[in-house]
Design a protein around this ligand. Sequence first.
Ligand code: GTP
Ligand code: MG
Length: 452
Amino acid sequence: DTLDPTSLRTPIVAVLGHVDHGKTSLLDKIRGSAVIEGEAGAITQHIGATAVPLDIISTIAGDLVDPDDFDLPGLLFIDTPGHHSFTTLRSRGGALADIAILVVDVNDGFQPQTLEALDILKRSETPFIVAANKIDTVPGWNPNEDSPINATYDAQSDRVTGRLDESLYTIIGNLSDEGFSADLYWRVQNFQRNVGVVPVSAMTGEGVPDLLAVMMGLSQRYMKAEMEIDVQGPGVGTVLEVKEEKGFGTTIDTVLYDGTIRADDQVVIGGMNDPIVTEVRALLQPRPLAEIRTESRFEKVEEVSAAAGIKVAAPDLADAMAGAPVRVVRNRELEEVVHEVEAELADIAVDTEEQGVVVKADTLGSLEAMADALSEVELPIVHAEVGDVAPRDVSVASTAEDPKQQVILGFNVDVLSDAERRAEIDDVTVFTDEVIYQLIEEYEEFVDELER
Ligand code: GTP
Ligand code: MG
């Protein structure tokens, strides 16, 4: 292969799945660090990104990954907490992730957030594989630390493999119910047409070599062309999270998916009102193989190339929105870049009507997903915005003519206590949930009650 590896960017891998199905543990196993132990109650609070270089992937995967077969530099994993929506992970024209791992607990099977993740993968046409996790919990399992799946299968009794196969075929059946043709990964010939299911244990590491081999193979085979980027070009990214950081004020955790960002760059960022034009004050990189969200000691760097997770410190970031675009200006006309950011924001903007419900969501991507879902059930929106439910949202909702629309639907957001009080006084009903279709179900139940 004649391609210059330095011009290929790292594929972005989103790890999705229902709460507690083992997303963080799986990454933890891969990283060989103990991020999970630093997590309050082992619940992931924020989104983080972790780059795993090819040589480490090949060390873990052993015979299954020969580094000479690949020219991609590795994989950038993004851990999405189960209660947080994958919809944040958007980029210009679609999904931020190039590829995804959907983690499903073999015992627990498909759950609401599994279905929600599948729905988003379908809509964004993101290729993915399923990690059927926690195989070590099958009764009678004989663990073989870090073993590839075929070797550990051979070490199990027929009864044990029979039980596991049963769970795996249930998952394959569930995928088929959702319109995906799926099979155990070693039976899949064409990963574009069929979803591969990889049995793994994040606890014992069994099947992890297979998982990494399949991810590398998929990336190399189907996405290499898209990984060729202009590494020296002005950076383009997406805000994952807006965060206060001691000593730096408001910062944005960003996934850079194209070009480079430098410590002296001027940048344009999607804001609540207008695009924010500001200068980078510091680029903060977590140490290699460390997690953005648990890393307290950052390293200041001069330049970062895609794909990477990077914390950007700059003035005037208070209005930045999760899910919004980030663009480096560098040698271009500022006005042109501002227009690009405006166009991207307009692309995500939600159509509102004279009358309807108020919608709040945690990120631009999730606001967009909410608007899609509400238009499917033909529920009009009067006002849609990123952020927690605030008193002014209650004021807007209280003006609805139809009592069925004196409602606020909040996805992945909190209700400020002032707003709660106002809602009670103004007779506005506030629904919040972390799964879109459940939020809509709650609303529909409310309407049924009203009409009864
Ligand atoms: P959220 O971030 O809250 O959505 O959860 P998560 O999907 O990241 O799950 P997490 O990795 O925090 O794991 C949840 C629990 O399952 C923890 O107690 C893990 O120790 C346990 N667990 C994860 N993977 C495995 C596995 O393969 N085997 C066993 N036995 N336990 C596992
Ligand atoms: Mg987690």
